[in-house]
Design a protein around this ligand. Structure first.
Ligand code: PEP
Ligand code: MG
Length: 568
């Protein structure tokens, strides 16, 4: 897998002329005709938008999978009879086509943004993306993905937020980086861009909103530094930093294939979190020692009907093959909260994150879980595939899940030898009661994203409380430490939450006694390199100091100061 210079494992530096997108489309030159003419233009704009989306879907990253599903959702919106009728009614009543489209899509976007359901709120992003596409077509402007000029120095794209469709179509050779005004760090678009080696500076806010097209902007996302129209010496230092990161990337990649371990040889395998076979290939290229978390609800998130046992087994086998004999942990459906599945509708709840999520929802649909467990067991006969249950709160839930596993495996001749069974620890109750919850299990894997959300009572996707929902909160680290100390003898402790992908935090986790890490593919090599820079005693010392911190900010400062050869 080619790694673009200075990007790949944490390049995170960009400099270039700004291409500003997502602002108002210039319609000042638009001369409306009569209703018949406007209707014709509207139809032509829809046809062009659909053709653009179809072309994107045929592109390398827009095929089956999460990005393809986003593109399909955009297509579905453009052919939605209710929407088309409402736009036509507006045109018939005398509105120019751009006004009719803007009115309808702004109203729809506003309705979605006001929803309680985070999934529906996220759909507002799709509506805004479609709105830009249709208005660009009506204005005779280029398609959104053509905003970056084909010539000249690579540009820095400035967008309100980065949707997956756009992220999937950016050319890493033409786009030096992306700056978003809002939308957080873990949205799909940001993850897609980073996995394609494009540095992203997220939530730049008003400083970026005021940037005029063509102005040179630069950033170092690691240091959270964003500059507009930098002077020559700042430009030089950003270029040098970018070159230094490229050298670092090379050094890091050179040793990426070695097993994860501290300087004194204490093993800490570093695996990858993946959702697609393409991720799996990339993860192996970055040195992943297996897959510590396969998010099946994302892998199959685009389907309207539950995938059959055969379809699931084929997908799991494909990913296991990409990992070529390395272990792959398949997580059973983790539906609900911010992760809907159309074939497994979650109930309408006031607080979906506290409702029937993950394993809880499976108790309503045990046949859907049984099919998945059957597929996992079938693949586990030929590959080192393991199973993990999410969103566990009590030992009773674990017992229920293990009964379902026994049912599924005995129907096909018994549990495959070597298949390991574990649960996620992401609810504080499960962390506190790990002695009971993990009894008899082969492993637990701590989901620091949800553990932070539930420990701090701060929703993980809500930027207003993101400082609270930080896994570096001392209370969250305390729980991780407790899990390591109290887990039953013989049960391994892994971490697959995003905290493990922060190299300095990975050292703390190793020091706390975590035995295995699973991180985003592009972070594997960086995490390994950082672990190799410390001894186990050094990691334990850093962990002790982290536990003694009084706040997440103090922990962050400690980790930043603890930077060894690789700044986090
Ligand atoms: C977590 O909660 O930390 C986790 C790894 O699972 P997800 O992010 O898929 O909820
Ligand atoms: Mg989780």
């Amino acid at each position: 897998v080619p790694v673009p210079p200075a990007a790949g494992p944490g390049g995170d530096v960009a400099l270039g002329p700004a291409v500003v997108r997502g602002g108002a489309i210039d319609l000042s030159g638009y001369r409306p005709g009569g209703p018949a003419e406007e209707q014709r233009r509207s139809d032509a704009a829809v046809a062009r938008a659909l053709a653009e989306l179809a072309a994107l879907r045929r592109s390398a990253t827009g095929g089956p999978g999460p990005v393809g599903a986003v593109l399909e959702a955009h297509e579905a919106l453009l052919v939605d009879p209710g929407l088309i009728e409402a736009v036509s009614a507006g045109i018939a009543a005398g509105a120019p086509a751009p006004t009719a489209w803007e009115d309808r899509l702004s109203a729809l976007g506003g309705e979605l943004e006001a929803m309680d359901d985070p999934y529906l709120r996220a759909r507002a992003e799709d509506v805004r993306s479609v709105r830009q596409r249709v208005l660009a077509a009506l204005a005779g402007a280029g398609a959104p993905e053509d905003a970056v000029p084909a010539e000249g120095p690579p540009a820095v794209l400035v967008v309100r937020e980065l949707d997956a469709a756009t992220a999937a179509t950016l050319d890493p050779h033409r786009v030096a980086g992306v700056v978003t005004l809002a939308g957080g760090d873990t949205g799909h678009g940001v993850l897609v861009a980073r996995s394609r080696g494009i540095p992203v500076y997220h939530d730049a806010g008003p400083a970026a909103a005021a940037v005029a097209p063509g102005t040179v902007v630069g950033f170092d996302a690691r240091a959270r530094r964003f500059v507009v129209d930098p002077d020559e010496s700042t430009r030089r230092s950003l270029r040098e930093l970018s070159a230094a990161r490229a050298v670092e990337a090379e050094r890091v990649l050179a040793t990426a294939r070695e097993p994860g371990a501290t300087a004194d040889g204490h093993p800490v395998p570093v695996l990858a979190n993946v959702t697609t076979p393409a991720d799996a290939g990339r993860a192996v290229a970055f040195g992943a020692q297996g897959c510590g978390l396969l998010r099946t609800e994302v892998l199959f998130g685009h389907l309207d009907d539950a995938p059959s046992v055969e379809a699931q087994a084929a997908a799991f086998a494909g990913i296991a093959e990409a990992f070529a004999g390395r272990p792959v942990t398949v997580r059973t459906w983790d539906v609900g909260g911010d992760k809907p599945l159309s074939f497994l509708p979650a109930p309408d709840e006031a607080n979906p994150f506290l409702g029937e999520r993950g394993l809880r929802l499976m108790r309503r649909a045990p046949e859907v879980l049984r099919d998945q467990l059957t597929a996992i067991c079938l693949v586990a006969r030929d590959h080192p595939v393991h199973v993990m249950f999410p969103m566990v709160s009590t030992a009773e839930e674990v017992a229920w899940a293990l009964e379902r596993l026994d049912e599924a495996s005995s129907a096909i001749g018994g549990r495959p030898a070597g298949m390991r069974v574990g649960v996620m620890i992401e609810v504080p109750a499960a962390a506190l009661a790990v002695r009971r919850v993990a009894q008899g299990l082969d492993f637990v894997s701590i989901g620091t994203n949800d553990l932070a959300q539930y420990t701090m009572a701060a929703e993980r996707g809500n930027t207003a409380v993101s400082a609270l929902a930080d896994a570096r909160q001392p209370a969250v680290l305390d729980l991780v430490s407790r899990v390591c100390a109290e887990v039953p003898e013989g049960t391994h402790v892994a971490v697959c939450g995003d905290l493990a992908g922060d190299p300095a935090a990975a050292v703390v986790l190793a020091g706390l006694g975590v035995e295995e890490l699973s991180v985003v593919p592009t972070r594997v090599a960086l995490v390994k390199a950082r672990l190799r820079d410390v001894t186990l005693a050094g990691a334990q010392d850093l962990a002790r100091r982290a536990l003694a911190c009084g706040s997440a900010a103090e922990v962050r400062a400690l980790l930043a100061g603890a930077a060894g050869a690789i700044p986090a």
